[in-house]
Structure formats: structure tokens, C-alpha cells
Design a protein around this ligand. Structure first.
Ligand code: ACO
Length: 769
């Protein structure tokens, strides 16, 4: 779900050589002066390092415990003439007197620095570096207004102070050490480039890599919003998770940018998709906005790159960042693919130094065409391949044709065949619309924007559901137990779904659902419901119940709702509100479906199947004329009357009972399969045909099948209907008869086993006797 914009982060500028990173400094303490702050510390450190040794001792004495006899408790020498707060290192003071007594314990400065007598100049300089970092953090703690950030600064301040006292190295005492998620953002982006652009010629690929590098550098210098800012902007986000990442980011990435005594890591190397997801939408919006604002300042050769290609690059990447099934986040991405990865490292190089080769035409090909010979690494890695799967070469070949822009219309030109939610999905990706789950809370400080949206929702529901009393709508929308998935366009609420979750009962009640009248039938209703489904899968509630208005039954049916309720009555009676004249409908969610992407996946699969059929048709020598009966008004014909259907190996599946209970179906099929496997003529079909034993078998037989594969499929509950099971078994016999001559033993075995199989199927009542 998209995050809303609105928080101005750091200020990346678009300069002559491209996008330039934001300045360091978190939580607003440093703001735009942070880069300067970091430079100032560096200058001060250099000054201090070149000062005379007594001056250095005086400085370190302030942070050193007293070593005078009698176990003095003083942990830092204090001058009789106190320095300004915070102490200024550049202050020119009079000569240092090691005999000067401490204002606190009265022992001399010398008593505080005895441990430094034999310490090398190098070690002194290291400790002085920490001293200056401590002083800088002291200022940060005092200036910082955000409580979370202040707390982290303070912890770091204490840590550094302790390491001066103990002359040790500052070590963060965290429970976990970096990296915090794998694959890292850098690896993910690396994979993305490989996944989408590996087919491009090397020069163009190089340009993409530069774009990727530019993007990674942006993240490394990006100012994360504070947890409280985020809570206001995305109230229902995983607040604890974000806060943990924010703290890590401050400690390991942000503060070390200006306090170099702390070990520094790149954000892109120690964080993964979770952090990227929490910054991507806002970041993308701001980068593009800035690019637009500064377009006149861009040199002409960079204009196309930054104004046209970079946005497209970000859109494509965004899809992978938020997709549930993107292979770029798989740990073993490319494991089976040929060709090495193209590593993109950000290192510590400043992006100003990156020179981008603008190529005015390379994006025309981006992600559109993959050479047939190239493997699709992600496809190979998604799941183990099973005998009987369509060969990858063939899939690659077909994919190459379906991703051809000539085959699929440009997404901006939606055709009449586009999925209902396609336009909405694209609008969301472009940032035109946003989805937020919001609600009223009695525990948190009211957020003005959320309250405005809730009022907006109350208005939309009241207008669209005129039969519902307005007071009732208001009560539920503002009731803290109810939440509303709201659809925002141009900062205004244009639709939403109000719901109440009952986790203990395993369902959610959809209370109100509406889209404002002038925005209806544009796919928003579908996309809203898809987001709601994904939200619930995330929260492990897999059933929706709703009382649908008479006029909305059609809409709910199209979203997968039915009057056949799967939730047991005892679970919802007394929980769900009852509405007179409305129909109770339910929808069971499948957690493995990425609902907001579903229509795209189906569209791709349809294209693949269409192409496969076309190919198959091209191989068939005997072509029958198409059926004309439908044009003449016939609505249905028996399958067996289709000319040529039997020659393809198709056999009529006799009528029989379809076992609805999955466990009953499973045990029936298991018994039948065991009988078949124990049959005396089953031996040729027990295992996949070995290439060595049957030369050219896999050229002739495109869809092999065997009893071992069927056992595996049965075990993995692939056979959800008897038809799937019978089709696989039938394929074994058809393949055998296609490859072997009729007089062969194999051919005879196939005939005998087939007969036996059909007897067993009939006995089990799966087809009529
Ligand atoms: N009856 C039948 N089909 C409908 C209806 C309807 N009332 N409304 C939309 N559809 C169809 C659309 O034609 C479309 O079908 P298609 O994909 O075959 O073209 C599909 O449902 C989804 O269309 P979307 O554009 O995604 O939906 P839309 O943005 O129009 O939102 C909604 C649907 C929320 C029902 C909207 O029409 C609306 O606000 N209606 C008035 C309020 C309402 O009736 N709300 C439901 C009350 S019940 C309850 O709240 C629990």
C-alpha cells in the first residue's frame, strides 16, 4: 500500500551531474547545515591534532577520571574558569598549567592525565577525535526536539564518553549487528538490474547501472523521517519495526557520517526491503518533484535521462519493491542462471562524480524484450520444476513474444480488455491515488489530517448509502474498534471500506463500502477491495463477511464474495451487525494470491497460453475448419463432437461425483494410484522416462508424465479435482502410444493399464459405470 507524501525530508538537489544526496543530520537537528556541521568537526579535529601536547592533555583531562591517591571519584577535570557550554575547541586560551586544580575534586589537571603520559601521539589524536564527537553529540542532544532521536543521541554520547574514559574503541552494544536484513537494498537493486535489463547491450546496461548507483546513493544520504512523523503519516504501519530500523539507521549510518569515531555503514548495505518499502514512495515522489522543479538547471544531455528515464526506472523498481512475489528479494536469486551478476556498489564515492551516459533511445527497449536464448532466472528459481512442466526454453521463447510492446499495448493506452483494476493500479503507481488504513484512536493525540479524512469518509458513505442514518455512519467511522481503508486522490477522500476485525473469530466484517459517484466504475472499488484483502492476509485474517445492499450484490460477487458462507455460524453470530433487507455474503482469502497484482499475472498467463496454443496449432498437420455453430445460435455442444478432438488424445470423462471434501478426494485418489502402481503392467510408467533410454523422447513428448510424478503431485495436494488427476493419468497412456509403435510391449502395457485404471475410477464412483 502506498505511503502518503507530505513530509519534507532532506533536500537532495538535482545538480549538473544528476541527483545529489541529502545532507546528514537526523530529526531536524542539523537540517541543511549538517553537511557543514560535519565539515566543521573535521576542521576542528585537524586544528586540535596540530595543537601542542599540553593543550591536548588539557582537552582529554576534561574527559578523564582523576588518578590521585585516595580513590577520587571525579570523572573529569574541570577548569577553575569554566568554558562556555558547549565547550569550544577553537578557543585560544592561555598556556596550559598541569598543576591547575580541578574545580570539582581539587586535584590537579596532571592527576587526571597520568594515564596519558606514555601514550603515542596517534592514540592521543584518536581520543581527541572522540572528544570532539562527544561535544558535537552534546549539542545535538540539547537541540533535538524529537524524543526518539534525542534518546539515541544521548546513548551515543554516553557510549563515546565511556570509550574515552576506558581508552577503548566505541562499540555499539546492540543485540544484533549489521546487516539487519538480507538481501540488502544494494543486492536487491543489483538483482533488479539483472532481472530486468540483462538483455540490453552493454552500453545501455551501463547507463542503467549508473541510474541504479545514483538511486542507491540517494538512499545512503536520505533522511529518514522520525518514528513520530511516520506514525502521523502512516498510522497503521508497523510502528515498532520502523522505530527499530530508525534507531539502527541513526547509530550505524547517520550519526557516523559526522561523528567518524563511530563505525559507519551504508544504509543500502545493511538494510533490506523493509526499510526500502518505508521510504520508497515518499522518496520517489520527492525526487521526481525536485527533478521537475530544477529541470531548467539541468544540462541538456541529462534532461532526458533524469526527467524521462529516471522516473521510469523508479516506477519499474517500485513494482518490484512492493510486489509480494518479486524474485529480486530472493536470497538465491540467479543461483541457476547463466551469466554472472553485475555488481553495483555505492562505496563511499560521492554521486557528484558519477558521469551518466545519456542515451536517448535505450529506454525504448527497457524490460520489454528478452532474447529467447536467455534464461529467466526468477522463473527457474520460484519453485522446483516438475516433470510435465512446459520446458523453460519454450516459456522463454513465448515470454519474449508476449513482452514485446507490439503484442501488449502500452500501459497508458488501456484497451477494452484491460483488467478492471488496471487503471487504478497504474494511478497508484504514479502517485495519483493513495490507500491508507486509518482510524480514530482514543489513546493517541488526534492527527488533523486523519480526522479530516475520517470526516471525508463519513461524507462519502453518507452520500452513497442514503438509507443508512448519518449518525450511525459517523458513530462507526469514528469508533476506535473500526478501521477504514481510505482511497485518497489529490489529498481528498474519494472512497473507502470501513471494517471491523475480529481476529479471535477469524473474520472481518465489512461495514460500509463506497466510492464517490463521479469516480465509480473506474476500477477503484476493485482495487480498494484488493488492498483490503492484502491487508488482511498480512494480519492473518482470511475471511470477510458483509451484509451487502441489494444493489451491491453484483459488485461483491465480482470481488469473490458469495452467499455460501464458509465461516461457521457460531463464529459470527452475535459479533457481526445484522442489517434488514441486506444479504450476508462472505469471501475466503487465499494467502498465496497477491491480490493487487493478480489481474496482471492472469493477463500474462493468458497471453502465454494463447501463444502456446498458437504454436501447437502450427505443428498440427491436419486442420479442421472452425466451428460455425455458435454463430448460428447454438449455445453448447458436446466436447466429443468437436472435429479432431479425439486425435489430440482427449477422452471423455464420464459423469461421476466430484468429491468436494478435499480429504476424501485425497484418500480416494491415493487408493486408486496405489492400485495402479501395483499393477503388473505399470512397470514402464513408474518413473520419468530417461533420456538415455529413449532417444529423442523429449523432442516428441512435450508434456511427459509418470506415476512417480503423480505421487508427488498427489502428496502436495495438487489434485484438487478428479479431472486433474485423470488428465495426468491419461497423459501417461497417450504419451506412450504416441512414442511407441503399436506392436511394442510398452504400447500394450499402456492399453491394459488404462483399462484397469478406468475400472478403478468407476468403482470409486468418480465416473459413471
Ligand atoms: N451492481 C453490480 N455490479 C457493480 C455495481 C453494482 N452496484 N457496482 C459496480 N459494479 C461492477 C462494475 O461494473 C465492475 O464490473 P466489471 O469489472 O465487470 O466492469 C465491478 O463491479 C467493479 O467496478 P469498480 O469500478 O471496481 O467499482 P466502483 O469503483 O464502481 O465501486 C461500489 C463499487 C463501491 C459498489 C460503488 O459502485 C459504490 O459506491 N456504490 C454505491 C454504494 C454501495 O452500494 N455500496 C455497497 C453497499 S453494501 C456495503 O457497504 C456493505
Amino acid at each position: 500500500m502506498a505511503d502518503s507524501a507530505g513530509i519534507q525530508q532532506g533536500s537532495p538537489a538535482i545538480g549538473a551531474a544528476g541527483l545529489v544526496p541529502a545532507a546528514p543530520g537526523a530529526g531536524g537537528t542539523e537540517g541543511s547545515g549538517a553537511a557543514g556541521g560535519s565539515a566543521r568537526i573535521a576542521v576542528k579535529k585537524a586544528q586540535l591534532r596540530s595543537s601542542p601536547r599540553p593543550k591536548k592533555l588539557e582537552k582529554l583531562g576534561v574527559y578523564s577520571s582523576c588518578k590521585a591517591e585516595g580513590a577520587c571519584k571525579c570523572n573529569g577535570w574541570k577548569s577553575q574558569n569554566p568554558p562556555p557550554t558547549p565547550p569550544r575547541t577553537d578557543q585560544q586560551s592561555s598556556a596550559v598549567n598541569l598543576q591547575e586544580p580541578c574545580r570539582s575534586c581539587s586535584h590537579t589537571l596532571g592527576d587526571h592525565v597520568t594515564h596519558l603520559e606514555n601514550v603515542s601521539e596517534e592514540e592521543m589524536n584518536r581520543l581527541l577525535g572522540i572528544v570532539l564527537d562527544v561535544e558535537y553529540l552534546y549539542t545535538c542532544v540539547h537541540k533535538e526536539e524529537d524524543a526518539d532521536t534525542k534518546q539515541v543521541y544521548f546513548s551515543l554520547f554516553k557510549l563515546l564518553r565511556k570509550s574515552i574514559l576506558q581508552m577503548g574503541k566505541p562499540m555499539l552494544e546492540a543485540q544484533e549487528s549489521p546487516p539487519f536484513e538480507k538481501p540488502s537494498i544494494e543486492q536487491g537493486v543489483n538483482n533488479f538490474v539483472q532481472y530486468k535489463f540483462s538483455h540490453l547491450p552493454s552500453k545501455e546496461r551501463q547507463t542503467i547501472m549508473e541510474l541504479a548507483k545514483m538511486f542507491l546513493n540517494q538512499i545512503n544520504y536520505w533522511q529518514l523521517e522520525t518514528p513520530s512523523q511516520r506514525r502521523q503519516r502512516v498510522p497503521n504501519d508497523d510502528a515498532a519495526g520502523y522505530k527499530a530500523n530508525y534507531t539502527r539507521w541513526l547509530c550505524y549510518c547517520n550519526v557516523p557520517q559526522f561523528c567518524d569515531s563511530l563505525p559507519r555503514y551504508e544504509t543500502t548495505q545493511i538494510f533490506g526491503r523493509t526499510l526500502l518499502r518505508s521510504v520508497f514512495t515518499v522518496m520517489r515522489k520527492q525526487l521526481l518533484e525536485q527533478a521537475r522543479q530544477e529541470k531548467d538547471k539541468l544540462p541538456p544531455e541529462k534532461r532526458t535521462l533524469i526527467l524521462t528515464h529516471f522516473p521510469k526506472f523508479l516506477s519499474m523498481l517500485e513494482e518490484e519493491v512492493y510486489s509480494h512475489s518479486s524474485p529480486i528479494w530472493s536470497q538465491d536469486f540467479l543461483a541457476g542462471a547463466s551469466g554472472g551478476q553485475i555488481p553495483i556498489h555505492t562505496g563511499y564515492s560521492h554521486p557528484r562524480r558519477h558521469t551518466l551516459q545519456a542515451n536517448s533511445c535505450f529506454f525504448l527497449n527497457l524490460g520489454e524484450k528478452r532474447k529467447p536464448s536467455e534464461p529467466l532466472p526468477h522463473e527457474e528459481n520460484k519453485r522446483p520444476r516438475v516433470v510435465g512442466d512446459i520446458p523453460m526454453d519454450l516459456i522463454n521463447e513465448v515470454m519474449a513474444t508476449i513482452t514485446d510492446p507490439a503484442a501488449i499495448p502500452e500501459t497508458s493506452l488501456l484497451s477494452a480488455h484491460s483488467a478492471r483494476d488496471e487503471a487504478a493500479r497504474l494511478e497508484e503507481r504514479r502517485g495519483v491515488i493513495e490507500f491508507h488504513v486509518i482510524g480514530n484512536s482514543l489513546n493517541q493525540k488526534p492527527n488533523k489530517r486523519i480526522l479530516m479524512w475520517l470526516v471525508g469518509l463519513q461524507n462519502v458513505f453518507s452520500h452513497q448509502l442514503p438509507r443508512m442514518p448519518k449518525e450511525y455512519i459517523t458513530r462507526l467511522v469514528f469508533d476506535p474498534k473500526h478501521k477504514t481503508l481510505s482511497l485518497i486522490k489529490d489529498g481528498r477522500v474519494i472512497g473507502g471500506i470501513c471494517f471491523r476485525m475480529f481476529p479471535s473469530q477469524g473474520f472481518t466484517e465489512i461495514v460500509f463500502c463506497a466510492v464517490t459517484s463521479n469516480e465509480q466504475v473506474k476500477g477503484y472499488g476493485t482495487h480498494l477491495m484488493n488492498h483490503l484483502k492484502e491487508y488482511h492476509i498480512k494480519h492473518e485474517i482470511l475471511n470477510f463477511l458483509t451484509y451487502a445492499d441489494e444493489y451491491a450484490i453484483g459488485y461483491f460477487k465480482k470481488q469473490g464474495f458469495s452467499k455460501d458462507i464458509k465461516v461457521p455460524k457460531a463464529k459470527y453470530v452475535g459479533y457481526i451487525k445484522d442489517y434488514e433487507g441486506a444479504t450476508l455474503m462472505g469471501c475466503e482469502l487465499n494467502p498465496s494470491i497477491p491480490y493487487t497484482e493478480f489481474s496482471v499475472i492472469i493477463k500474462k498467463q493468458k497471453e502465454i497460453i494463447k501463444k502456446l496454443i498458437e504454436r501447437k496449432q502450427a505443428q498440427i498437420r491436419k486442420v479442421y475448419p472452425g466451428l460455425s455453430c455458435f454463430k448460428e445460435g447454438v449455445r453448447q455442444i458436446p466436447i466429443e463432437s468437436i472435429p479432431g478432438i479425439r486425435e489430440t488424445g482427449w477422452k471423455p470423462v464420464g459423469k461421476g461425483k466430484e468429491l468436494k471434501d478435499p480429504d476424501q478426494l485425497y484418500s480416494t485418489l491415493k487408493t486408486i494410484l496405489q492400485h495402479v502402481k501395483s499393477h503388473q503392467n505399470a512397470w514402464p510408467f513408474m518413473e520419468p522416462v530417461k533420456k538415455t533410454e529413449a532417444p529423442g523422447y523429449y523432442q516428441v513428448i512435450r508434456f511427459p508424465m509418470d506415476l512417480k510424478t503423480m505421487s508427488e503431485r498427489l502428496k502436495s495436494r495438487y489434485y484438487t479435482t478428479r479431472k486433474l488427476f485423470m488428465a495426468d493419468m491419461q497423459r501417461i497412456f497417450t504419451n506412450c502410444r504416441e512414442y511407441n509403435p503399436p506392436e511394442s510391449e510398452y504400447y500394450k502395457c499402456a492399453n491394459l493399464l488404462e483399462k484397469f485404471f478406468y475400472t478403478k475410477i468407476k468403482e470409486a464412483g468418480l465416473i459413471e459405470k
